[in-house]
Design a protein around this ligand. Structure first.
Ligand SMILES: NC(=O)c1ccc[n+]([C@@H]2O[C@H](COP(=O)([O-])OP(=O)(O)OC[C@H]3O[C@@H](n4cnc5c(N)ncnc54)[C@H](O)[C@@H]3O)[C@@H](O)[C@H]2O)c1
Length: 278
């Protein structure tokens, strides 16, 4: 049998002599993906989805325990992982994560700027400077520092894919979310600028706005009973997204060459929630 080529359907051992084909390669084979906040929630779901598509991973996660747990899950899938415990709300944390990724793998192809905090949810009149700044540091500056530190490595690989994170809370102007909303819309603006500046270098930059049953979402639901049920009623597909299956797999598409003509976009991974409210 001729050797399988990347992306080409080929009979699997189980399928020989039967009807049916498996895929010889994952969409992200031989790709290195750096994911911030991969310890839990959406970041963990993306890590699992990318690993199942063949990527080797690096994490930048502030919580050593959850980082260790997700790393063990990735290794159990047979993929490599470098786990950097750091604070992405600092330039040094972001730069260290990129340096250790490049030391381990020789480069980086995919950057997922997932980590975020909403350091204070409060009416505008009560918002304090420090939590506002912390929210901006982790969300906006972290995304900026990571994009800047990864850029030379993406260029030296001939391009790559960056996925940044917006939020429906920002586009809808949700009350009590001023700092988080400001951060998330700043990130979508940075995404468009980077897509323009770096497109000719083969670097694609997109945002996603997810709705997913992450630990953060479950925490808000405990504070506001009935929240998840109300959400589900407003989502055309009738359910809150799964971190891996609904969000991670779509991010794997954006990270892969299947999305090679997609840049500067926001992909709404929300079961249609934003589309019907726009
Ligand atoms: N879950 C949703 O429905 C939803 C909706 C809109 C946007 N988002 C966006 O999706 C992303 C993931 O959200 P989530 O719901 O999974 O959140 P989450 O709070 O459940 O997980 C966030 C992860 O980031 C890590 N992290 C936080 N601060 C960090 C720091 N300073 N340095 C390194 N790691 C840090 C956390 O430890 C955690 O592992 C965020 O960008 C969020 O704004 C999520």
């Amino acid at each position: 049998m001729a050797p399988a080529r990347a992306g080409e359907p080929t009979p699997t051992v189980e399928c020989i002599g039967q009807i049916g084909y498996g895929w010889a390669m994952g969409r992200l084979n031989e790709k290195i993906a750096l994911i911030s906040g991969a310890g839990r929630g959406v970041g963990r779901g993306i890590a699992l989805a990318l690993a199942k598509e063949g990527a080797d991973l690096a994490f930048a996660e502030i919580d050593p325990e959850t980082a260790k747990r997700t790393a063990a899950e990735i290794e159990a899938l047979g993929r490599r992982v470098v786990s950097v415990v750091c604070d992405v709300g600092t330039r040094s944390g972001c730069e260290e994560a990129v340096a250790r990724t490049v030391d381990a793998y020789g480069g980086v192809d995919v950057l997922i700027n997932n980590a975020a905090v909403a350091a204070q949810m409060a009416p505008i009149t009560e918002i304090e400077d420090e939590p506002f700044r912390r929210t901006m540091d982790v969300c906006v500056m972290g995304t900026f520092w990571f994009m800047q530190a990864c850029h030379p490595h993406l260029v030296s690989r001939g391009g790559g894919s960056i996925v940044n994170f917006g939020s429906g809370a920002a586009t809808q102007g949700m009350p009590t979310q001023l700092a988080y909303a400001a951060a998330k819309e700043a990130i979508r603006a940075m995404t468009r600028v980077a897509a323009n500046e770096w497109g000719r270098q083969g670097i694609r930059v997109n945002s996603i706005c997810p709705v997913a049953r992450s630990e953060a979402m479950v925490g808000w639901a405990q504070e506001q009973p009935g929240l998840l049920e109300r959400y589900e009623q407003m989502i055309p597909l009738g359910r809150i997204g799964d971190c891996e299956d609904d969000i991670g797999r779509a991010v794997a598409f954006l990270a892969s060459d299947d999305a090679h003509y997609v840049t500067g976009n926001t992909l709404w991974l929300d079961g249609g929630y934003g589309a019907v409210r726009a």
